[in-house]
Design a protein. Structure first.
Length: 441
């Protein structure tokens, strides 16, 4: 049977109305004939019929009834952190030096006597219509994740997916954003993948993608190494993809320019040039979820208490960025500021800060590590709880409508997510046993 005949076979009695509605929607966005739109609609219905009720439990996904948005996955708050810990459970024990279970910025394995550090960052979804910004900020984020593990970057790789109706120019603009950072820092973009989202019938021009990086290190600066008695230093921050998104979608476009810099990367280079990595216990980047999210993760991972001083943190935010966030009532402590956070013994602080300041980057001591647990913010001399909200600070008009508060059903959702993670682990174990069984025959 030819393709057209197969598509028609997928239709059922009563599908005529569905066919007409779908063909009409296709014509709204695709410049094709009515006959072509009907044929596409028939093919889409046939594909849907073939895949809506797959019985094989390995092939088919088993929904848990909790959506990404409702649980806050990707929103760098309580729900997101919880989901990432479940991802680590699905991965299981890896034998890596540093893996997902440690909630760090990158993964680490040992090879040839050195640490090989690998990371990947997805582009900011709201920058789909601004591919140069998407590529620039995604690349900078990926390199940051290597530097804060104590690794020198050696290569970049990229991935870009553009929907069927997307303009080809997006892939070039995205690549130009990547290679702007690549050229500035001398780290080559060596490989990548370019594909369409969903092939021929994804409506719209949406773009998504990621940039990954590989580095090498002789010693690590993972979060787990934070020690009581250490001080916390933070460099100046002007934000990246998140702040750019805020400026774009609130019409404050002049602020975008403030985010286009490589100060974070320059500060890290200064540490390597002066041989200071060994004087540092831990580093991280103040990114999605802001300092609230980082404080929570570090305290949890290292089993320590972190204390931050609000007035010192505020002074390190780029003035026009801070003014925008204050004007829009966006909590600057809960958004990505793209600042460098360093935890080190107090006696090493001065030499570390001097090296960074000599590169023209501001940095100061903003807190300390103590015995205990949790993260706290000191405001007007009073210690306040500093744990993240359910979502990162609402930084666009749509996010302000969605809100930041924990939904009443969060505990119920967690139980469903737990079951979903367990089901995935069991599926993995069954498939491994099945494949190994085949190999032994």
């Amino acid at each position: 049977m030819d393709i057209e005949g197969y598509a028609k076979r997928g239709l059922r009695k009563g599908d005529a109305d569905l066919l007409e509605k779908l063909a009409s929607r296709i014509l709204e966005v695709k410049d094709i004939s009515e006959d072509s739109a009907r044929k596409l609609a028939e093919a889409v219905i046939a594909e849907a019929r073939a895949t809506l009720d797959v019985k094989d439990d390995i092939i088919a996904s088993q929904p848990c009834g909790v959506t990404m948005g409702a649980f806050g996955v990707g929103s760098r708050g309580r729900g997101d952190f919880y989901a990432h810990r479940k991802i680590a459970e699905v991965i299981g024990k890896t034998g890596a030096v540093c893996d997902s279970s440690q909630m760090d910025d990158s993964g680490v394995v040992k090879a040839g006597g050195q640490y090989v550090v690998v990371t990947v960052d997805g582009m900011h979804s709201r920058l789909s219509d601004f591919p140069f910004l998407a590529g620039f900020h995604c690349t900078r984020a990926s390199l940051r994740d290597l530097y804060v593990m104590g690794a020198k970057p050696v290569a970049l790789f990229s991935d870009i997916h553009v929907a069927d109706d997307g303009d080809v120019s997006k892939i070039f603009d995205y690549t130009a954003g990547i290679t702007t950072v690549s050229d500035l820092m001398g780290v080559p973009l060596v490989t990548g993948s370019t594909l369409r989202i969903g092939g021929d019938m994804v409506i719209g021009d949406r773009m998504t993608g990621c940039v990954g990086a590989v580095g090498v290190a002789s010693q690590l600066t993972a979060r787990v190494q934070s020690r009581p008695g250490d001080v916390i230093m933070v460099s100046e921050g002007a934000g990246g993809g998140t702040v750019s998104t805020t400026a774009l979608y609130f019409g404050m476009h002049e602020v975008v320019e403030k985010t286009l810099n490589v100060k974070f990367l320059e500060a890290c280079e200064a540490l390597f040039e002066h041989g200071l990595i060994g004087k540092i216990h831990a580093m991280t980047d103040v990114t999605n979820g802001g300092i609230r999210g980082d404080a929570y993760e570090i305290a949890e991972t290292a089993g320590v208490k972190l204390l931050f001083y609000e007035e010192r943190l505020r002074r390190l935010v780029e003035p026009s960025v801070l003014k925008m966030l204050d004007t829009l009532s966006i909590d600057y402590l809960g958004v990505s500021l793209d600042a460098l956070l360093i935890i080190a013994p107090r006696e090493n602080a001065d030499v570390i800060m001097k090296a960074i300041r000599d590169r023209g980057v501001k940095i100061d001591i903003v807190g300390e590590v103590k015995e205990g647990s949790g993260a706290y913010l000191v405001e007007d001399g009073v210690e306040k709880d500093f744990t993240p909200k359910f979502r990162e600070s609402a930084y666009t008009p749509v996010k302000k409508v969605v809100g930041e508060e924990t939904p009443m059903s969060f505990e119920e959702m967690k139980e469903k997510v737990d079951r979903a993670a367990l089901h995935a682990i069991q599926k993995k174990e069954r498939m491994i046993a099945r494949i190994r069984g085949r190999q032994q025959r």
